[in-house]
Design a protein. Structure first.
Length: 566
């Protein structure tokens, strides 16, 4: 697919959309992270709102006890009158404050808004010790207050005289219930939970904040070491939350938890929507390009390719009647038409030239064959006029050689390739001619058997093979069967791959000791023709004479001429 126009255009489009997809993906991922961070921002905002609301209550308690501490004559009045004053102050906000009391420098209660507290020693309380040591307001831990079964947040403020010496310590209690009522009165729409953390890390829920919404101990310990921290994680109940903590007062911190499960689901849904939109957009672009390429480029190119495949030399290459593709395809169509016309003209010229060549070659082979036959006839007539048997024999041998060449040229002419012949018919005719010329057929005394594969051979090798076969068969007929002896000359020609094997074997008397291989003109010619074929002649005399030649068969490709194709 990638090898075609559509595939390559698709690769280009995909490559071009990578930056777009990257930018869109980065924007979608940024939106996803922004949606997730919105939970942290909501926790931070809710923390600030809750801190402002609940911090105001703590500040009001601190302002109240600081105001009482400015009445430096309060320790000098009778305890009963002091109790009454503190009770009156408590009665101003009975739903907010649990009690006010006054301690001497030893930490013993001098007077209290709840009289039952008088005489108690509170010197061991940590916030009292801090106030006495630092001469500053200090907030304590959540504890049970003077009012039974009511949890309070205590605080203490120093009362100093004009000389700066500590005269007494003023204490007060803020009901935890007031924080709860304050939290329930919040108009914040986002679901959230609020806890108060004292200096020991104990979490007191405000409202319906469940313990399962608290951060794990590790996260709580980590954010508990800082005064201002925002973090996201999995709550003790296994739900995603964002928490934010803020210090309301030394030793008192506010923890706000915002559930993130819905926010994360919404952020993931938005991310998936963006990814789906991007995928649909890119898919639509790719589909539009594929459809456009199919109708605008691929189909015209396929029609053009089909016309090229169906076109054959000698036929006109016609224009596409439905041509409606792009200009480049139409230009290619016109170029192919022009090329086809040029090829047709060139083919016609070459066909004419080849026809002329064939006629010339046919005429040459025909004339050569006729001339060789004339020469053979002259040699035969001349041999008949000679009285010497040896001279007559030499003329006959020369005649046979010339006749073999004439037969070869006739087969080249008949084959019409003029460079190759079909070997089996040639061997059969040549052997028959030799037998007739040498009298082998008289009274069927000597028979010639041909066993040859039907293969083609080039004219160069065929000439040497014809002369070698002429010498071998002539020698066998003349010398292997003396005194009217009957026999058989067997000619076999087989191919094994690219190698040819010629064997001429007779069942005659064989060669005598004086006629070893290589002696005499005939054997020397046989060896020479075998060497010209690229092989060597092996001559054995057991059971008659056997001449064996192995040589490489040259399979040169020859172009088919118009006449042969016809």
């Amino acid at each position: 697919m990638l090898a075609g126009v559509r595939g390559r255009l698709l690769v280009l489009v995909v490559t071009a959309t990578i930056p777009i997809a990257g930018i869109a993906g980065a924007n979608a991922w940024g939106s996803y992270l922004a949606a997730l961070s919105q939970g942290l921002r909501d926790a931070l905002i809710l923390r600030e709102v809750a801190a402002a609301r609940h911090g105001a209550a703590v500040d009001a308690l601190k302002d109240m006890i600081a105001g009482i501490a400015r009445f430096t004559t309060l320790p000098d009045i009778p305890p009963e009158a002091c109790d009454a004053e503190l009770a009156h102050l408590r009665a101003l906000k009975p739903d907010r404050y649990g009690n006010f009391w006054l301690l001497d420098t030893d930490g013993t209660v001098i007077c209290s808004g709840v009289p039952s507290q008088r005489g108690r020693n509170l010197a061991g309380l940590d916030y009292v010790q801090r106030t006495r040591a630092t001469r500053q307001i200090s907030v304590g831990q959540f504890t049970m207050g003077a009012v039974p079964d009511r949890t309070v947040l205590p605080a203490a403020a120093p009362m100093t005289g004009p000389d700066g010496r500590l005269r007494a310590i003023v204490g007060g209690e803020l009901f935890l219930d007031y924080f709860l009522r304050n939290e329930r009165g919040s108009d914040v729409a986002r679901p959230h939970h609020v806890w108060l953390l004292d200096q020991d890390g104990k979490a007191l829920p405000l409202g319906d904040a469940p313990a399962a919404a608290l951060p794990p101990a590790g996260i709580l310990a980590e954010i508990g070491t800082t005064a201002d921290e925002t973090q996201r994680g999995t709550s003790r109940g296994g739900v995603a939350y964002a928490w934010s903590i803020k210090e309301l007062n030394p030793g008192l911190r506010l923890l706000v938890g915002v559930p993130m499960q819905d926010a994360e689901a919404e952020a993931m849904s938005a991310l998936l929507r963006r990814v789906a939109e991007l995928a649909v957009f890119l898919g639509a672009c790719v589909l539009a390009i594929l459809v456009g390429v199919e109708f605008g480029v691929s189909r015209p190119l396929r029609r053009l390719a089909a016309r090229v495949r169906n076109w054959a030399p000698g036929r006109a290459f016609e224009a596409d009647p439905d041509a409606g593709g792009p200009r480049e395809v139409r230009d290619l169509d016109r170029a192919l038409i022009a090329a086809a016309d040029a090829l047709q003209e060139r083919d016609a010229a070459l066909t004419g030239a080849l026809r002329q060549r064939d006629l010339l070659m046919a005429e040459i082979h025909h004339r050569v064959k006729n001339n060789l036959q004339v020469v053979a006839s002259l040699l035969s007539l001349q041999a008949d006029r000679l009285r010497s048997p040896s001279a007559r024999t030499e003329f006959a041998v020369a005649r046979d050689r010339v006749q073999a060449l004439a037969t070869l040229h006739r087969h080249l002419y008949l084959h019409q390739s003029f460079e190759r012949i079909s070997l089996r018919p040639f061997l059969e005719e040549l052997s028959r001619q030799l037998g007739d010329a040498l009298g082998a057929g008289e009274e069927d005394r000597i028979s010639i058997v041909i066993e040859a594969d039907d293969v083609e051979m080039g004219s160069d090798q065929a000439i040497s093979l014809a002369l070698l076969l002429t010498e071998s068969v002539s020698n066998a007929i003349r010398h292997a069967f003396p005194d009217g002896r009957e026999g058989t000359v067997t000619v076999t020609f087989h191919t094994e791959g690219d190698e040819a094997h010629l064997v001429v074997h007779d069942d005659g008397v064989g060669l005598g000791d004086a006629a070893a291989p290589g002696d005499g003109l005939g054997l020397r010619l046989i060896e020479g023709f075998a060497a010209h074929l690229g092989g060597a002649a092996e001559v054995t005399t057991e059971g008659g004479t056997r001449i064996s030649v192995r040589f490489p068969l040259l399979r040169r490709e020859v172009e088919e001429t118009p006449s042969s194709a016809a």
